[in-house]
Design a protein around this ligand. Structure first.
Ligand code: BDP
Length: 604
């Protein structure tokens, strides 16, 4: 799915700003049929939960309504008119005046509606969106809705971040010609000093006479040309897209009828390869060592609303710490984030929203759930179908980003339980069919170990989440170090694949200090990370470290959470805790290479 861009043949109007807003219970019978009778306004993009002082809104379970008036630009007559939502969390029904024109389930992927027949240029219409935040056993991520003794619905979920909802990403109205470029796929290879670019273009509407392709370098010079809906281009003396040294070409695609250009679209792309070979993770044939974090889309007031100021600042802080990468834990992030990563050479592990497919986490430290996680009445065939659809939408959206080097299919699923293989094998097959070029991983939960895990052999990279020294062996870093090393070596021994740590960390209250190993202090976070780093540096198959978390973030209420999860290396308002400085010391020396690699090179 192409992102929205203006081109000589396309216009875009952003529908961001303040929309009328109401809870379902306050909105009347058929709210889309008239002007929403409400005094509330909510900004788009933003989650709605933290905007208002009314706790009925913050804790609302079910549908809320957003509405605004929209006018299709007069100049768009004869054009195809498309409405695009970056995300509506978690399900949407979209009405143009009295007509339902689109429905979508899945809170972190975009969807579109063709308005050509319902919204004439120059005319104003009422755009109403029903936003449903309910999570069930057949949504991704999953949850459960129960009714309390007071008759009020309550939402429970199996993930450790607040269930922010609303219209958290931009809404856009755009035009294309009646015949249009519908999709483009780019796959790149390297052949000595040249780059090979395989492309495929899908069109919609009437067939055109031809497709014209040009590749432009960053100076705007045309460096290769081709024609036809599918083909391959050769870029001599290619400049590669590299971690820390991004370089983007433009693929200019034109749809031709006679002598005229009917539609045009410019897709930025980078030339790079990704490969897992033996126990190495290679980018452009060179071993790559991931340094960075699991992140969240989470800021005060906006919740998960995309914000360009935080985007820029967060990437500054990544660079400041020497991080070269992050994981989009635990859902696909806004497209602006990946575009930025493409332009700035930050490497991304792109994760689905499949977080919480694990009833064992509720089973306390045993990991044994009350009923099997993958039983039909829990997360069975229907959940898997929803997960598959989500994977299709994610890969369709993100397949052309050079920054995305690996798909993470799930976070902490019950991969130790019976039924895990039956659940995951078809999803792995699907992901490989949709994108044969990128390695696959999933982040392994603490209950899954080298002996009982049932799915790791299906994947390419072992990503391990562990909290030794925090949830287990609390305050005992000595024991944590030994147990961690033994376990990590066990994974390598059984599966013989590259291994990285996808989560490790400690909740930390800024300003709390101690001369002893005291959990929650800044020193303890620093020491816990250093303990893990010593272990990583002793394991040759290690390919990366992603700390949990980049910044403190909001969670649901819980006796283990004080105003959210405090495992951030930065506070929620992005102030560094002590550990940030020691990370900076470690990572800025690594430069995408493994610890020790420099010394070996220096010796050579
Ligand atoms: C892991 C989860 C992550 C949590 C983290 C924690 O993957 O989402 O926030 O634990 O407990 O199990 O901090």
């Amino acid at each position: 799915m192409l992102s929205t861009r203006t081109t000589p043949a396309r216009d875009v109007v952003a529908l961001d700003g303040l929309w009328r807003f109401a809870l379902d219970s306050d909105a009347g019978e058929r709210p889309w049929e008239s002007r929403l009778d409400t005094a509330l306004e909510a900004p788009v993009p933003a989650s709605y939960n933290d905007l208002f002082t009314d706790s009925r809104i913050r804790d609302h379970v079910g549908v809320v309504w957003y509405q605004r008036d929209v006018r299709v630009p007069r100049g768009w007559s004869g054009e195809r008119v498309v409405l695009r939502f970056g995300s509506v969390t978690h399900a949407a029904k979209v009405y143009v005046d009295d007509t339902l024109i689109a429905e979508h389930v899945g809170g972190y992927t975009p969807f579109e509606a063709d308005l050509t027949d319902v919204a004439a240029p120059g005319r104003q219409f009422r755009l109403t969106v029903a936003v449903d935040n309910r999570l069930t056993n057949i949504t991704i991520p999953p949850g459960t809705v129960t009714t309390g003794p007071d008759g009020r619905e309550r939402q429970a979920y199996f993930h450790d971040f607040y269930n922010y909802a609303g219209i958290a990403r931009s809404v856009k109205l755009y035009s294309t010609p009646a015949s249009y470029i519908d999709d483009i796929t780019v796959v790149t290879r390297i052949d000595g000093p040249a780059g090979l670019v395989d492309y495929a273009v899908v069109t919609g509407g009437e067939d055109a006479d031809g497709i014209r392709i040009r590749v432009l370098d960053e100076s705007g010079a045309v460096v290769a040309t081709s024609g036809g809906a599918e083909g391959s281009l050769r870029l001599d003396d290619v400049i590669l897209w590299q971690p820390g040294a991004a370089y983007l070409y433009d693929l200019l695609v034109e749809m031709i009828a006679g002598d005229a250009v009917v539609d045009s679209y410019t897709l930025p792309f980078g030339v790079r390869t990704v490969e897992v070979r033996g126990t190495q993770f290679l980018i452009n044939g060179e071993p790559f060592y991931f340094t960075g974090f699991g992140k969240h889309e989470d800021t005060p007031v906006r919740g998960k609303g995309h914000d360009d100021a935080y985007l820029v600042h967060d990437f500054q802080l990544l660079e400041w710490t020497g991080a070269n990468s992050f994981r989009t834990s635990h859902y696909p992030y806004a497209e602006e984030v990946l575009d930025f990563a493409d332009r700035h050479g930050i490497v991304v592990v792109d994760e689905t929203a499949a977080v919480g497919l694990n009833l064992g986490v509720q089973g306390g430290l045993t990991g044994i759930p009350p009923t099997p996680t993958f039983a039909e009445e829990n997360f069975g065939g229907e959940t898997k179908n929803v997960h598959a659809q989500h994977l299709r939408e994610l890969i369709a959206r993100d397949k052309n980003h050079p920054s995305v080097v690996m798909w993470s299919i799930a976070n902490e699923p019950a991969s130790n339980e019976d039924g895990a293989r039956e659940y995951f094998e078809p999803l792995v097959d699907l992901a490989r069919e949709l994108d044969p070029t990128r390695p696959l991983t999933y982040a392994a939960v603490m209950f899954a170990n080298p002996t009982n895990d049932k799915i790791a052999d299906l994947f390419d990279v072992l990503s391990i989440n562990r909290y030794y020294g925090w949830y287990v062996f609390t305050g005992d870093l000595g024991t944590a170090e030994g147990v961690l090393e033994q376990e990590l070596r066990g994974w390598v021994q059984r599966f013989g694949k590259p291994i990285m740590m996808s989560e490790y960390g400690a909740d930390t209250q800024p300003g709390l200090h101690s001369v002893w190993d005291m959990p929650w202090t800044e020193e303890y976070q620093t020491d816990l990370l250093a303990t893990y780093h010593r272990v990583f540096d002793r394991i040759p198959e290690f390919v990366g470290e992603h700390i949990w978390n980049f910044a403190d973030f909001m969670t649901g209420p819980g006796i283990h959470r004080v105003d959210g999860n405090k495992k951030g290396v930065f506070t929620r308002d992005r102030k560094p805790k002590g550990a940030a400085f020691s990370l900076r010391d470690r990572w800025r020396g690594l430069d995408g290479r493994k610890p020790g690699a420099h010394e070996k090179e220096d010796r050579a």
